[in-house]
Design a protein around this ligand. Structure first.
Ligand SMILES: [Zn+2]
Length: 362
């Protein structure tokens, strides 16, 4: 049986502050078996019927070259389980139990998410306190002029600092190294917070996200100076290397490597990368083909412009009404789902459609 990836609520939440939480509870109780096939889609249907205006449609002020931070924050804000976690203040409990987590950053993140989802006005919110915390950990990522290609590294700094995020965002990559002389195969398992995909090159036209995934997992030959030492031969040998995904996370962050750092200057690839909005099936890249790896897209971080000057925006699907919006710093505007496919897409977050091993949060 498939389990939904629902939030359990141990105590009565403040109803006036978070009216949709009560709706969540009602919905959970009345959920039919068929709706559990995709909790995500079920949510969209319910809310499109029930709510006239959605919450969370709040812009973030630009504090001076912080558009990439804002873009990432909007993607995280529209990550339903992470948002609910913050709104329920579950991080307080987890912070007490886990002293490895960065308390101050998590507190500011939760505070910001709460402000964004409970604000009664449509006025943009200032993420200055959160920025202060980020600056303590990654001074080089915030406040930089013009350079916009720090978005993915920034996400890699933020995510490990947030409690709960390890349950949601962390997967495991298996890399296998096979000796061409003796056939000995060594495997290494590494956790990942995102998959950094090279952009597949074709003679003309667009490439698909699957092309990029195939290029990422393509068998690679390590020869010449790159020859690794074979454990069995006890000598440097020509080897083949291959990645497979050992464990897919519930929420998968895909980073399209649009920026290639050449010796002299960084360049940007604007190849159109086509991707499905729903039912992205990544099972062929799993170490174990029977694992659950079907995803729906819900957020995209975009970079427009060049490496010398550019701007970040986000396209996010509001978890309450299922509609897509463009988040451009302080401005939030509706958009159609068909506009989401853009050549500027840089970081994508997809939510796993079927969750088989989920624990309820809480
Ligand atoms: Zn060998």
């Amino acid at each position: 049986m498939r389990h939904s990836y629902a939030v359990t609520i141990p105590e009565e939440p403040p109803a006036t502050a978070f009216p949709f939480i009560q709706q969540d509870m009602r919905r959970k109780n009345s959920m039919s078996g068929s709706m559990l096939v995709s909790t995500f889609v079920g949510l969209l249907i319910n809310h499109a019927k029930n709510s006239k205006s959605a919450q969370g449609l709040v812009g973030l002020r630009n504090l001076g070259n912080t558009c990439f931070m804002n873009s990432i924050l909007q993607c995280l804000s529209n990550t339903q389980s992470l948002r609910d976690y913050c709104l329920h203040n579950y991080h307080r409990r987890d912070l007490n139990n886990n002293n490895r987590t960065n308390t101050a950053l998590m507190e500011e993140f939760a505070k910001l998410i709460q402000t964004m989802w409970t604000s009664s006005s449509s006025e943009a919110v200032s993420p200055s306190e959160f920025k202060t915390q980020i600056q303590r950990y990654a001074p080089r990522f915030v406040g930089y002029k013009a350079l916009g290609y720090h978005c993915a590294p920034l996400l890699n700094i933020i995510l490990p600092c947030l409690c709960l995020s390890s349950d949601l965002f962390v997967g495991q990559l298996k890399s296998s190294l096979t000796c061409s002389e003796c056939g000995y195969c060594s495997t290494v398992f590494d956790p990942f917070w995102d998959l950094s995909l090279p952009i597949a090159k074709k003679g003309y036209g667009e490439v698909s996200l699957m092309d990029c995934m195939r290029l990422f997992t393509k068998e690679d030959v390590l020869d010449g100076d790159e020859k690794p030492t074979c454990y069995r031969c006890k000598a440097r040998r020509r080897c083949t290397k291959k990645f497979t995904v050992q464990k897919f996370p519930k929420i998968l962050v895909l980073h399209l490597k649009r920026f290639s750092e050449a010796r002299v200057r960084t360049s940007k690839l604007s190849t159109f990368v086509n991707f499905p909005m729903k039912d992205l099936d990544l099972r062929e890249f799993a170490s174990d083909r029977s694992s659950s790896a079907v995803y729906n897209l819900y957020a995209v971080s975009n970079h427009s412009g060049t490496t010398m000057g550019g701007h970040y925006t986000a396209y996010c699907c509001n978890p309450e009404n299922g509609e897509w919006y463009t988040y451009n710093d302080s401005r939030v505007t509706p958009m159609s789902a068909s506009q989401v496919r853009s050549s500027d897409a840089y970081v994508r977050t997809v939510d796993r459609d079927k969750v088989q091993d989920s624990k309820p949060l809480g």
